[in-house]
Design a protein around this ligand. Structure first.
Ligand code: PGA
Length: 256
């Protein structure tokens, strides 16, 4: 049976009440979660409330970002320890919006991945090329650089806790999805990088999610690809019905 992981990235969306309603719907309607790993990543301020609602459901909770330090004078930042304290198991690191809007460097992302692991969090590490890089045939080069940099401080033994999310920047929030073949090609590249950088066992066990306009209509085709082990879902994770259908597409593929 394939291991699959579907995570919802709520970004800066939903108010407190809407968040709790959505978590409540997931709690009552998501079934069969023994076949698939599922998590949601709400904004920081709602993490504890959502973690309480989802306790014992099998649906994990993650932060959308964290800082490299444990504490200190870093106004506006949140530490990995604080995320754990709020009930998080996961943390998204190096999302393209963090890289491009907030100027996070490859080195800063690498430090965050290391810190997340030392805090006992499971990082979901995002990589992906811009449209210009794809047009210039720099996808391989960009994804390889981001992968190798982000994982430079990670020991092979810690890789079981790491998920990679391939999110082509041109597909995020645009309604434009990579074709299943385009996704699978880059996922295969990432798997081979993991083999070279760590070893074949790490490559084989690595969960590589696809992200970028994943919807109920395209989830089954994407998740049906050999190297696509899950999805990091933005917009479609804000509606219980859509997110549940994507989870269901994952479950069907996990069993096949
Ligand atoms: P999207 O976002 O599904 O809304 O394109 C995905 C992501 O940014 O993680």
């Amino acid at each position: 049976m394939r291991k699959l992981f579907v995570a919802g990235n709520w970004k800066m969306n939903l108010d407190r009440e809407q968040s709790l309603v959505l978590a409540g719907q997931l709690r009552s309607e998501a079934g069969g979660l023994e076949d698939i790993t599922v998590a949601v990543c709400p904004p920081f301020v709602y993490l504890k409330g959502i973690a309480d609602v989802l306790k014992d459901t099998g649906i994990g909770v993650g932060g959308q970002n964290m800082h490299t330090e444990s504490s200190g004078a870093f106004t506006g930042e949140v530490s990995g320890g604080m995320l754990r304290d709020a009930g998080c198991e996961y943390v998204i690191i190096g999302h393209s919006e963090r890289r491009h809007i907030f100027g996070e460097s490859d080195e800063f992302i690498a430090e965050k991945v290391k810190k997340a692991l030392s805090e006992g969090l499971k990082p979901i590490v995002c990589v992906g090329e811009t449209l210009e890089q794809r047009k210039n045939e720099e996808t391989q080069k960009t994804v390889s650089r981001q992968f190798e940099s982000a994982l430079q401080y990670v020991d092979k033994d810690d890789m079981a806790a790491v998920t990679i999310a391939y999110e082509p920047v041109w597909a995020i929030g645009t309604g434009r999805t990579a074709t299943p073949q385009q996704a699978d090609d880059v996922h295969a590249l990432i798997r081979s990088l993991a083999g070279d950088f760590f070893d074949p066992e790490v490559a084989e066990g690595l969960i590589i999610q696809y992200g970028g306009s994943v919807k109920p209509e395209n989830a089954a085709d994407l998740l049906g690809k050999e190297n696509v082990d899950g999805a990091l879902v933005g917009g479609a994770s804000l509606t219980a019905a859509d997110f549940l259908q994507i989870i269901e597409a994952g479950r069907t593929n996990a069993k096949s």
